[in-house]
Structure formats: C-alpha cells, structure tokens
Design a protein around this ligand. Structure first.
Ligand code: ASP
Ligand code: MG
Length: 408
C-alpha cells in the first residue's frame, strides 16, 4: 500500500459544504487503495481573525501565546474533517502536532521542524486507521509549548510529513489551478505553468508568491518529495515541481512575483565601524524580524545610513527593538526613517544564469513607466526591486509583457 499526503488549504476547508468536496477527493484516494495522510489549514480566514484579536491587545506580543492562539484554527478544521470522514464510514482520526509528535525549535511564530515521529501514526494505521487528519502549521517545542511554523506553514507540515513517512507524493490542494507566471488577479494574461523547478519555486515562494510556503519547497527539494499543486475545485493536472533537468523548455524568466506590504526602514547616522551592522541585525533578529533587502550607504564622516526592508506588520516590533538597543546604549543612531508605502517586485528564472541583459530590460521597463526604484537586490536567478506601492500592479503588468510571459 502506498501512502500519499493530501493538503487542503484554508479556502478548501472554508465551511462544511466546501469540506465535503475535500472528503470526496480523500475517499477517491482510499478507494484507490492508498493510505492517506491529510493535512489541513484553518478554515477560511480563521487565522487572520485570530491575529486581529491578538493585535487588539497589543501590536507587541509574546510569541509563545501568539502560537497558542494561532494553532487553534487547525485543531478545529482537522477534527471537523475527521467527523465528516467518519460519517462516510471511513476510519479517520484527527491529530494535533504534539500527538504525532512534530518536534520543532522554540522559535515561536516561525518555528522550524526538527523531526517527526512516525511510530504513533504507523501503529494506528496498522490498527485500522484509514486516514490521519493532521492539524497543519503547528508543532511542539523542546520546551513543551505549542509552536507555529510561520504563516502559510501547513504546506511545510505536509511536505515534512511526506518526507518522514516516505510518501509516494504530496498533493497540495488550493483554490488556483497551479503555479502561474504571475498572479492572475493582476493580469489576465498570466499563464499556468505545467512544471516548475524546485529552485525557481523556492525563489518565487520566498519572494512573496503565496501559493506555497517557502520552507515546504526547500524540504521538497532536499528530500525529493514529488510535489503537485492542484485546484480542489476542478479537475486540472496542476503544476508539478521537479528538478531543473526535467524541464525541456527552459525559460529565461519563469515568473514575476511580489510582496505588497513591505516597509523600508533607514537608520540614519550609524557609526561606521566594525561590528555595528552585526549589532543592528542582532537587535532585529532577537525580535524575530524577517529582514529582507539590506543596503548600507558609503560612509561620510565615519557615519553611515543602513536601510533594510521587512513586512509592514513587523514595523512596530522592529522599531521597538532598535529603540531598545539605543536606550541600552548598545546601538547609536540619529534617527529611524520608516516608509510603509512600498512593495517588492521580483522576476525569477533559471535562464538568468546564462542570459545577459535581464536586469537592463527590467529597469528600463520600469523607467519607461516613470516608476522609481528604491532598493535593488539580486541573486543568481532573481532580481528584486522595491517600488512605491501605488505602482505595483502596473509594474507587474508591464514586466509580464516585457518578458513575454503570456506566451509560455
Ligand atoms: N492557517 C495558517 C495560516 O493562515 C497556516 C496555513 O494556512 O498554512 O497562515
Ligand atoms: Mg497557503
């Protein structure tokens, strides 16, 4: 008997009626004689609503309690799903992270999976359980506290389980047909890709494409998990993630992605001496800030400006961690400038390794629309820029045209 992992995202379990759709997909796999591990997200906007409640208390919060609250959404959806399957005569049981156990670091709100015990699951499968419905997004730390894996983390739960149990494949059911050249809501010219390399997907995910959690792609690549992204509401073939060698038609640019709610923070007049950048980013990392782009200006009079970007919802935490550093005399700076009206837009493609002129095309295309570039960063297969948020949609549309992505 082969084991397959099926993951249903928030929109695929949004209410009982929609959940029944997932039930029929799960039943079909059982009828095919598979052992099935289902991973679920919280229903619809549950997690967002829980975050709102936390922020009603304070925007600066204790991440341990944040996790205790956020993990509850998946507890409900997993148990409801088990009840629905039982009603169909299927021997299903819900599992929370600690019951598996899914052991994680104690890095609350963004914990990483350390290992997964498979013994408990295997015993129950032997005893007749047909489906295990596992609450995604959560685990248990070395301190015995519930942790969460970062927003969107139930994909990572699914892939990690697929790797641990050596599943035949891992199917991620969502509300779109697969991975697109860009968000189809921004341009109707966006095209679904039949295949994408792990590496490109890793960049797209980490740069803001919300379809897959970054860590899930990293794990799939590392453990060679056969990963598919499919629409739970229709019958398409979705997008298959695979090794670069398995893609015949190599594209120069495969996708354009963006992260809408970014903030640009600049520390003005920081001492230009060894160790200072280390201190700045130590303050930020202790507050679990996801720092993204970084630039340091050329120094003037031994003073320099350090600019970095992070998600807008982390700005208050970033500011307080830096002010804390200043108050404790660990860090010296004159002023902190914050611009919360920026977005990051990125182009990604393995073809960039062997083609020149990609950056030039990107910058010229934006320049022709009078869109100013505030920060640039690059890697081997991506170029990212920070721009004013009001130009985001226009920028995506013109870049999609410039790189002829509607023709893939
Ligand atoms: N429910 C969590 C979230 O909304 C995890 C997930 O859906 O993957 O971020
Ligand atoms: Mg998701």
């Amino acid at each position: 008997m082969t084991t397959i992992v099926m993951k249903f995202g928030g929109s695929s379990v949004a209410d009982i009626k929609i959940m029944k759709n997932a039930v029929s997909k799960i039943s079909a796999e059982i009828n095919n004689n598979n052992k099935v591990i289902v991973v679920v997200s919280a229903m619809g906007n549950t997690t967002d609503n829980l975050v709102k409640k936390i922020k009603e208390v304070s925007t600066i919060y204790d991440a341990t309690e944040y996790d205790a609250i956020l993990s509850t959404g998946e507890n409900i959806s997993s148990s409801l799903m088990a009840l629905l399957l039982q009603k169909e005569g299927i021997n299903a049981r819900s599992w929370q992270g600690w019951q598996i156990p899914i052991n994680t670091t104690d890095n609350h709100s963004n914990a990483r999976i350390l290992n997964i015990g498979t013994k408990n699951l295997e015993e129950k499968f032997l005893a007749g359980m047909q489906v295990a419905i596992i609450a995604g997004f959560q685990g248990i730390s070395t301190n015995n506290r519930v942790t969460t894996l970062g927003r969107g983390g139930s994909d990572t739960s699914a892939v990690a389980l697929a790797a641990a149990i050596k599943a035949e494949r891992c199917d991620i059911y969502t509300d779109v047909d697969g991975i697109y050249t860009t968000d189809p809501r921004i341009t109707s010219n966006a095209k679904k890709l039949d295949k994408i390399s792990y590496e490109e997907m890793l960049e797209l995910a980490s740069l803001g494409a919300k379809v897959l959690h970054t860590r899930s792609v990293e794990l799939a690549m590392q453990y060679k998990v056969k990963l598919r992204v499919l629409n739970s509401f229709n019958e398409g073939t979705g997008t298959i993630l695979c090794d670069e060698e398995d893609i015949m038609e190599k594209r120069v640019v495969s996708g354009i992605t963006f992260s809408k709610n970014e903030a640009k923070l600049t520390l003005l007049s920081v001492k230009d001496k060894p160790g200072v950048a280390g201190i700045v980013f130590d303050c930020l990392s202790k507050a679990n800030i996801n720092v993204d782009m970084i630039i340091q200006n050329i120094s003037d009079n031994n003073l320099t400006d350090v600019t970095f970007s992070c998600p807008t919802d982390q700005v208050d935490m970033a500011r307080s961690s830096l002010e804390n550093g200043k108050n404790k005399n660990i860090l010296e700076y004159k002023k902190l400038d914050v611009d919360i009206e920026v977005s990051k837009i990125s182009i990604v493609g393995i073809g960039m390794r062997s083609h020149s002129g990609i950056a030039q095309t990107m910058f010229k295309t934006l320049g022709d629309e009078n869109i100013n570039i505030k920060v640039i960063s690059t890697s081997e297969i991506k170029i990212s820029v920070l721009i004013e948020r009001k130009y985001l949609e226009l920028a995506v549309q013109v870049l999609h045209e410039a790189f002829e992505l509607s023709k893939v």
